[in-house]
Design a protein. Structure first.
Length: 181
């Protein structure tokens, strides 16, 4: 019985630490690739934007008009030495999402985490064409804390349509980092 009480006290303490943690997500790496039929990716890198956080920098040139695009994604967490998928989706119509006619909860949540850092007008409906610079994109609003376990996460995005099966693929690695003052 004493062991059970001790286990509950220690467990509650650890849950409280997780809930009360001050963490941010910081990008550690990014890789971008594509067929170069629809989009040319001229820049794709991670850059420090503060002492504790890094931002994404991606520069795209749409060389063909994109009237429709689909997205597949996977969000994984590192448990032990391997990554385990937490949430994923397939065949999400990005143009419908950007126009507001489709509401995918997980994509909406992810966009809310980064939209403060996106250039004004970058989330416009299709068609997509021309030069787009997404610079210093961070997760979460400045000064906001995320309640996430301190570990490594991976995001995989694959954009495609009927004319180009690999418009672009993006692999991102993030760490949940404790905030230090």
């Amino acid at each position: 019985m004493k062991f059970l009480i001790l286990f509950v006290i220690i467990g509650s303490s650890e849950v409280w630490k997780l809930y009360n943690a001050e963490r941010i997500l910081s990008y550690t790496s990014i890789s971008c690739a594509g067929s170069n039929k629809t989009i040319l990716i001229s820049e794709c890198y991670v850059k420090p934007v503060s002492k504790q956080q890094s931002g994404l920098n991606v520069v795209l040139d749409f060389i063909k008009t994109v009237n429709s695009a689909k997205l597949s994604y996977d969000f994984s967490v590192k448990i032990g030495k391997r990554f385990v998928s937490l949430i994923n989706g397939d065949n999400i119509d990005i143009c419908s999402f950007l126009s507001g006619t489709s509401n995918t909860t997980s994509i909406k949540y992810a966009m809310n985490l980064v939209k403060h850092a996106l250039p004004k007008g970058s989330l416009h409906p299709c068609p997509l064409l021309g030069h787009h610079e997404l610079l210093n994109i961070t997760v979460g609003r400045p000064g906001s804390n995320l309640v996430l376990p301190g570990t490594t996460y991976k995001l995989y995005f694959w954009f495609y349509n009927e004319n180009d099966r690999n418009i672009t693929t993006i692999n991102i690695t993030l760490n949940s980092v404790n905030i230090t003052n």
